[in-house]
Design a protein around this ligand. Structure first.
Ligand SMILES: NC(=O)c1ccc[n+]([C@@H]2O[C@H](COP(=O)([O-])OP(=O)(O)OC[C@H]3O[C@@H](n4cnc5c(N)ncnc54)[C@H](OP(=O)(O)O)[C@@H]3O)[C@@H](O)[C@H]2O)c1
Length: 256
């Protein structure tokens, strides 16, 4: 039981690894002994985070720049990670965003950009790192979904986001099925609201109250509370779990 959650010797990639959830996940994986590559567009931010995480954990943290909207960029990232680490055992797709619009105002460009980042970017990354895992006949992939992949809101604006996260859920299930023969586990984690500095600044007290009314635990998550499930899904403790969307939601989907 003791070593079931350890990741010593494992090589992980966290896309969006300097972000709110991705940063907590990268730190959690490194604390369990994995070497971690964090990647996104802002290289300076990644390098600062990497240095701090390396100091805190003693694990190797590498920073790479990637724009997942650019297919060639994602291919190059996989090459760079391989030349640095030799292989990849764990992939976390923790990039993503929400563009809120009333449905009747959703322009094609905003719609396409959201699908490019949340869905196409996730697929490219699964495909490129999946190639390595298929060769290895081993791997763990965890995608970031959201409660909005299966639950709409009573208030509007989330149409595009809901549709992209629903696509991430099915991408996860379909890949889990296709790659089961290669011993690759593919799962998704679907949070409700995870606090970031702008979480409170961009919502009125009334909106927050309305939001918490649907959460049995009556609070939002702290970023550090997200790491545990990703460690579990990256570790041997979850070897028989694949194709699942795991809700990290304070109970929201139990009641809504
Ligand atoms: N926070 C929540 O309440 C919540 C709830 C449910 C689900 N989620 C999901 O969890 C994931 C992470 O959210 P978060 O709250 O951690 O957001 P965040 O702090 O804004 O982090 C998002 C990350 O994505 C990266 N990114 C954005 N565009 C990119 C691109 N084109 N290529 C590569 N990387 C890109 C950003 O880095 P750069 O700017 O450096 O590129 C950033 O590190 C998202 O998929 C989100 O939908 C979040």
């Amino acid at each position: 039981m003791g070593d079931m959650f350890r990741l010593d010797g494992k090589k992980a990639v966290v896309i969006g690894g300097a972000g709110s959830i991705g940063g907590a996940v990268a730190l959690g994986l490194a604390q369990q002994g994995a070497a971690v590559a964090i990647a996104s567009r802002d290289l300076q931010k990644l390098q600062d985070k990497a240095r701090a995480m390396e100091e805190e954990t003693g694990s190797e943290i590498a920073a790479f720049s990637v724009d997942v909207n650019d297919e060639k960029n994602v291919i190059e990232l996989a090459e760079q990670v391989i030349s640095r680490f030799g292989t990849v055992d764990i992939l976390v797709n923790a990039h993503g965003a929400n563009t809120k619009r009333p449905a009747v105002e959703f322009e094609a460009d905003a719609w396409d950009a959201l699908f490019d980042l949340n869905v196409r970017g996730t697929m490219f990354s699964c495909r490129e790192f999946g190639k390595i895992m298929v060769k290895n006949k081993s791997g763990k992939i965890i995608n970031l979904s959201s409660v909005r992949g299966s639950r709409a809101t009573l208030w509007g604006g989330n149409l595009g986001y809901c549709a992209t996260k629903s696509a991430v859920d099915m991408l996860t299930r379909a890949l889990a099925s296709e790659w089961a023969q290669y011993n690759i586990n593919v799962n998704a984690v679907a949070p409700s609201l995870v606090a970031k500095p702008e979480t409170w600044a961009t919502r009125t007290p009334e909106q927050i109250e309305k939001y918490l009314a649907n959460i049995p635990l009556k609070r939002v998550a702290e970023p550090r509370e997200t790491a545990g499930i990703f460690v579990f899904l990256s570790s041997p403790a979850s070897d028989f779990i694949t194709g699942q969307v795991i809700y990290l939601d304070g109970g929201l989907t139990a009641v809504a």
